[in-house]
Design a protein around this ligand. Structure first.
Ligand code: LFR
Length: 479
């Protein structure tokens, strides 16, 4: 039968990959062609993304895929949310895009929130106010550098920036833009109130496109450089979380929540429309756009970031441990003795995470984890508990009972985390796929090419991936 080959470029905050998908009409076989670290640049007290290095890695992945697999029909890029770069009037990238963990927004936060109070932001945009959001970053940039108004032609969100560098077409895809805090809730259109209040020129946001739009082809000079044909370039569900959620192998959707586990853990539920109630605001939920129609009601929980930074800190001190080894150490420990709040601001910037966790435990009157295993156990159990709490909150906000939870993303390779989540939440966990964002990215491309009726997506994922079910063993809900 017919086989279609597609490439997903999936950039996470800690690593990126280029994944080849081969679709045969009923399942998708995926193969990792290239994987690379995403290492931010620290310079004069600021934190940036290294766009040239990332572009080089993406190109390397495309080249390897074309060498090994011949003709590739299309490609798409998804990345983390909220970050962006500026293009000048000649279409060149101005400066290095900032990392959302850069701290410049702190200086302007109060001013912004005077002009646009957090509660009003939430009501207007559906996005949970957070200094990492595009609107806080843009506002800070314009305050620090008013000349930007003249130098910049428009911004491009990170996936749109890479799509532009590959195809020459500038666009603003709807799902990634829905992380910005700049749109009217549920519409995909910039909010004139938000822009007006903050003095952000509307012209900074380029032509908006729906998720799943073919925007062009790989630039001729890149085809020549990489030895590829004129691969179609598709704006997919460009936000990695939108792609990840597009890959959930739902058997049913009623009463089902998801946890997307990467650098962040996103705990949520798909709803028809944004949920803008006081409870939704109070519990820290946000509303983002799904592929197609629909809304993602979810909470951002600082996720494997805690473990990534812990691992990095220990590696720098000479003890290099894999994530598998860390999980084994934690598995050999008894139940955690101390807990942290993953979203506490002390954990949000890069640094000595074990030191900060120890300090957190000390200052909250808890026992300081004494071994590496105990430290990891504290992280994993704290995550599982905050997932369970978010599920509880989701039930309260939506008035729906959550019976099952789909866990997707790289974090589900940590089986202990999945089991702890089943235990803490008292829910059945269905884990898979691991490469959720890449798979969702590929499926949306197929739909954009007219090769897939998206209502079959879950069925295709279930036919392509191994799913693992975790049932609560030690039900900690006390029911
Ligand atoms: C996950 C994610 C979240 C977003 C966070 C920061 O990778 O995209 O959805 O809130 O990164 O951009």
């Amino acid at each position: 039968g017919k086989r279609i080959k597609l490439l997903a470029v999936d950039l996470g905050a800690s690593s990126g990959r280029v994944i080849l998908g081969t679709y045969n009409g009923s399942s998708m076989v995926t193969e990792e062609v290239h994987r690379f670290a995403n290492t931010p640049v620290q310079d004069s007290g600021h934190l940036y993304w290294n766009v040239p290095a990332l572009l080089q890695e993406i190109k390397q992945g495309i080249k390897l895929a074309c060498q090994a697999h011949g003709e590739i029909t299309s490609l798409s890029v998804d990345t983390w949310g909220v970050d962006y770069g500026y293009l000048d009037h000649a279409g060149k990238l101005l400066d290095s895009p900032y990392h959302y963990r850069d701290q410049r927004m702190g200086k302007y936060r109060n001013r912004l929130e005077e002009l646009l109070p957090p509660e009003e932001q939430f009501r207007l945009t559906g996005n949970q106010p957070d200094p990492i959001n595009t609107l806080y970053q843009l506002f800070a940039d314009l305050q620090e550098n008013p000349l930007l108004q003249e130098r910049a032609d428009h911004i491009l969100m990170m996936p749109d920036l890479f799509l532009y560098l590959l195809s020459g077409t500038a666009s603003a895809e709807k799902t990634i833009l829905s992380t910005s805090g700049l749109l009217d809730a549920g519409t995909g259109d910039p909010s004139s109130v938000v822009l007006g209040r903050l003095g952000i020129p509307a012209g900074l946001i380029p032509l908006r496109v729906e998720a799943g739009t073919a925007i062009g082809r790989l630039l001729p000079e890149l085809c020549a450089e990489l030895g590829c044909g004129p691969i179609r370039v598709i704006a997919g569900a460009s936000h990695d979380t939108a792609s990840a959620v597009a890959s959930i192998p739902y058997m049913e959707k009623e009463g089902v929540a998801f946890i997307s586990c990467g650098t962040w853990s996103l705990v949520g539920m798909e709803t028809k429309a944004p949920v803008l109630t006081p409870a939704s605001y109070k519990y820290g939920f946000t509303n983002e756009g799904c592929y197609g129609s629909g809304n993602r009601l979810l909470k951002n929980i600082t996720g494997l970031w805690l473990l990534q930074e812990t691992r990095r800190t220990w590696a720098e001190a000479g003890e290099v441990l894999s994530f598998g080894e860390l999980s084994t150490l934690a598995g050999n420990e008894g139940a955690a003795q101390s807990f942290i709040q993953p979203n506490d601001p002390v954990f949000s910037t890069p640094g000595d995470m074990p030191g900060r966790i120890a300090e957190y435990c000390r200052s909250t009157g808890q026992r300081v984890p004494e071994t590496k295993g105990a430290m990891v156990r504290t992280i994993l159990e704290s995550l599982a508990q905050s997932y369970a709490a978010a599920i509880q909150e989701l039930e309260e906000i939506t008035g729906e009972k959550v019976r099952k939870v789909h866990m997707v993303g790289g974090g589900i390779q940590n089986k202990l985390l999945c089991q702890l989540t089943a235990d803490a939440s008292g829910r059945e966990i269905i884990a898979g796929p691991v490469e959720a964002s890449a798979l969702g990215n590929l499926l949306v491309q197929l739909a954009a090419l007219g090769e897939l009726d998206f209502s079959r997506a879950a069925e295709i994922v279930a036919a392509s991936e191994t799913l693992t079910v975790y049932r609560p063993i030690n039900d900690n809900r006390g029911e």
